[in-house]
Ligand binder design. Structure first.
Ligand code: SF4
Ligand code: SF4
Length: 94
């Protein structure tokens, strides 16, 4: 599996050309949203290309209903959500 990174971001993608013929490799990732720091701006929700993030109902100490990682099975670890969050509330593993 070959991974490319842009010069200024941690965003990466799989190289289709590097995959053996007939074999599909799917990147998997995981994120963690800091519940207490989230200000519920909702920017990360439409930013995720896999629709993994939604807005929750639980209210944090700041009075905001934090974003939640709703569909972990579909996360690729692309880190677009983390790059989008203006408060750096999202950590990404892949
Ligand atoms: S890392 Fe990518 S796929 Fe995973 S939740 Fe964030 S934007 Fe969505
Ligand atoms: S972009 Fe950041 S602050 Fe805004 S809802 Fe998402 S996690 Fe919360």
């Amino acid at each position: 599996m070959q991974v490319y990174r842009t010069a200024s971001h941690e965003r990466s993608r799989l190289s289709e050309a590097a995959q053996p013929k007939g074999e599909r490799i799917t990147a998997t990732g995981r994120i963690e949203i800091d519940f207490e720091r989230c200000k519920a701006c909702e920017l990360c929700v439409p930013a995720c290309p896999k629709d993994c993030i939604g807005m929750g109902a639980a209210v944090n100490r700041q009075g905001y209903a934090s974003a939640v990682f709703e569909r972990p099975d579909d996360c690729t670890g692309c880190a677009i959500c983390a790059e989008t969050c203006p408060d750096a509330c999202i950590l990404v593993w892949r």
